[in-house]
Write a protein that binds this ligand. Structure first.
Ligand code: FAD
Length: 501
């Protein structure tokens, strides 16, 4: 083995970065290696692509990440920064391979899970504290869009429709976005989660390096086998513990390739069926709203494809409740996503995009599985997806469609009919290494992320979330990553004290 670390973390997305940060915050003596298959995008490791101020540089960075099929049958083109890995069942399933993972590209909506979304395998007070820590790491706020025009009007209309006693009220979406003193918006990428992590002498980030195997000796992970993607050179790295946070498709892929195959591996795959609509806010609300020449919060970056402003001037939220199994992410825009009648002009914030994310029923038959007869570009078993909507899912989607239609009408002039996006569009993939309280075949890991049957191999990411949820998952996944790091620190402390005495 060429090198030895206390902990090797696979993947530098929000979760892998949070695990490394928390580990070394809590125990600065720990030597930690983060292995990332992708390269740095832009100048800051794990920086959000929207924060790259120069449009040409940003477009070039995104172009360098493009690849895979342009679109799969039934699907649409991959979102910038992602590559499609789906199949006919889930044509828009996608991954990101770069430092920061999908967290360098995300929209940064960070609602907390509520009601029956909340996993019951962790003490509620412990989970609550971990969610608070995750909010700190991601710099979550409900105030980033306080100055956005017409947001108050949008929230009033939606509040009248959806607020009920006992439900969380319509309001600002919690987002991982900071506002600088100059009013510039800054999207949280894993660079924010990292803080000074990459400057810490005990932490190493190896980029463009793929983990091909987790090495095991009995029930103990002893390290990982890696390949440098630029040269093809293979190497092994020793570790006292390994954490795999390589997304909901590639985390189970790596376990499978390593011969670690619990019954539930890859099963219970869910995403959030996404119903979309748009509406032009009625003039009477515009007239009653804030002055329209108010300064919009400007981004340090230009809009994709040019333009001076990021085309989102407000993000509102219709929270999930168990009796309405979806939540609404409402984005106000400065321009219409569809052509408007000639002569119609819209004011900043007047076009309202509505996205309802639905809860999906859990089923072991929905799964990612790995084809030992075919390999991907790295020689790992090829990713295959089996995924179906149930009758209950269709009923939920119908309910969400009716609700979003009503919301679009109440706001003003709907732009077309609501529609369901192709499966995989939410980019929220969950459940494929889900946690549970016992090794009964329906889970892959315990509530600390430790894989059943192993002493020191942990998994992290949206894939550990065990419940059927509708809320955007990253905040919850980072909270579980925090708990994994804490468990590892507690487990390693006595040995680390001896080793470093
Ligand atoms: P990822 O961010 O996917 O990172 C995994 C990393 O592991 C990748 O960098 C990958 O290269 C690396 N990796 C994989 N396999 C290997 C290997 N074998 N060896 C080495 N490295 C490996 N979520 C929300 O909660 N709210 C939102 O508003 C939201 N909006 C989104 C919008 C977009 C456009 C996109 C793309 C995503 C969005 N998401 C959102 C999803 C969010 O980005 C993910 O939930 C989050 O990034 C998951 O974090 P992660 O660390 O588990 O995985």
């Amino acid at each position: 083995m060429s090198a030895s670390y206390d902990v090797v973390v696979v993947g530098s997305g929000p979760v892998g970065t949070a695990v490394a940060r928390e580990l070394t915050d809590l125990d600065p003596s720990l030597q930690v290696l983060v292995v990332e298959a992708g390269a740095v995008v832009g100048e800051v490791p794990g920086g959000h692509v929207k924060n790259i101020a120069d449009v040409a540089a940003r477009d070039a960075a995104l172009a360098a990440l493009a690849g895979g099929p342009a679109a799969l049958p039934g699907g649409t083109a991959a979102r910038p920064g992602t590559v499609l890995v789906g199949s006919a069942d889930m044509p828009n399933a996608a991954i990101s391979t770069n430092v920061g993972g999908m967290g360098a590209h995300w929209t940064a909506a960070c609602p907390r899970p509520a009601d029956d979304e909340v996993p019951d395998c962790v003490d509620p007070a412990v989970l609550d504290a971990a969610l608070t820590r995750a909010e700190e790491l991601l710099a979550v706020t409900t105030h980033a869009f306080d100055r956005a025009p017409l947001t108050g009007a949008v929230q009033r209309v939606l509040g009248e429709l959806f607020d009920r006693p006992g439900r969380r009220p319509v309001g600002a979406m919690p987002v991982a976005v900071s506002v600088g003193e100059d009013g510039a918006l800054h999207w949280t990428g894993p660079a924010v989660v990292a803080g000074d992590l990459w400057d810490r002498p005990q932490v190493t980030l190896r980029t463009r390096t793929l983990v091909r195997r987790v090495l095991l000796d009995g029930d103990r992970a002893t390290g990982v086998e890696v390949v440098a993607l630029a040269t093809g050179a293979r190497d092994t790295v020793a570790a006292r513990a390994v954490v795999v946070a390589a997304d909901a498709f590639r985390t189970p892929q790596l376990l499978w390739a390593s011969g670690i195959r619990p019954t539930a591996l890859g099963r219970y795959l869910t995403e959030h069926p996404q119903v979309m609509a748009a509406s032009v806010l009625d003039e009477r609300y515009v007239a009653a709203g804030a002055p329209v020449d108010v300064d919009l919060p400007r981004s340090s970056a230009a809009a994709p494809g040019g333009g001076a402003i990021v085309p989102v001037s407000g993000v509102s939220w219709v929270p999930y409740a168990a009796d309405r199994p979806f939540h609404g992410q409402v984005m106000q825009m400065d321009a219409s996503p569809v052509p408007l009648d000639p002569g119609v002009t819209v004011r900043p914030g007047q076009v309202v995009g509505l996205g309802w994310f639905c809860r999906k029923e859990l089923s072991p038959d929905n799964r990612v599985w790995f084809d030992d007869t075919a390999t991907d570009e790295h020689g790992l078993p090829a990713i295959r997806i089996d995924y179906r909507l149930s009758d209950a899912d269709r009923a939920t989607i119908a309910q969400a469609t009716a609700e979003i239609r009503g919301a679009a009408e109440a706001l003003g002039r709907p732009l077309g009919e609501p529609f369901l996006m192709p499966a995989g569009s939410s980019l929220h993939y969950l459940g494929t290494t889900r946690m549970g309280t016992s090794d009964d075949g329906s889970s892959v890991c315990d509530p600390t992320g430790r894989v059943w049957g192993t002493a020191n191999l942990h998994v992290g990411g949206n894939n550990v979330i065990p419940t059927a949820t509708a809320c955007n998952p990253t905040l919850t996944a980072v909270a579980f990553g925090v708990l994994t790091a804490r468990a590892l620190v507690a487990q390693m402390a006595p040995v680390a004290e001896e080793a470093h005495a």
